[in-house]
Write a protein that binds this ligand. Sequence first.
Ligand code: DX5
Ligand code: ZN
Length: 221
Amino acid sequence: MQPPIIAPSVLNADFARLGQEAEAVLDAGGDWLHLDVMDHQFVPNLTVGPMVCRALRNYGVSAPIDVHLMVESVDPLIESFAKAGASGISFHPEAVRHLDRSINLVRESGCKVGLVLNPATPLALVEEVLPEIDMLLIMSVNPGFGGQAFIPYTLNKIERARKLIDALDRPVRLQVDGGIKVHNIAQVAAAGADTFVVGSEIFSSESYGDVIKQLKASATV
Ligand code: DX5
Ligand code: ZN
């Protein structure tokens, strides 16, 4: 198993101080910065676009920026985010018509390719293309908001995804996003996840460093 990666989601950060918040959470041990992009169509919420990704790079963020697109119109945003400094771009196959084409667009943009499945979406949707991607993200809440409760039935899908990934002959990260806390991360890691998006648990705490340390210790299986 690859060492666990903690990707703090800045969705619950103080957006008026986003640069400082990003720096603080990375200095505190966060490995990747997870940027939640919402268009008020695919999900009810509306967040940020490529300009904010560029602004974080210009501010000095050098860690990988893990862009999570929760949008209806995926393809036109791929190049914009790649040019704005994204390291990886994950999108929902539920939102695209030609999955193979969108995967190729991300790959050609120079970014790592991630696919995201909503809690109720079956793994079968990505089975054919698993060998073509760098990361599979299983949503453990309905996308749109931080601070929601982890949906327990997704653990079973994480276990099955782990088996599919282990059968491949290339490394594909298995990321989980939504409701990850110090108290449940061990269970999610035991199910097979190796990359963890954590938002409110970090940003509502007094010490980002203490929480990230606890998350990493518990996620190491
Ligand atoms: C939800 C987002 C998540 C969210 C995670 O749509 O994709 O990245 O910010 O936040 P928590 O950890 O609070 O569930
Ligand atoms: Zn996310």
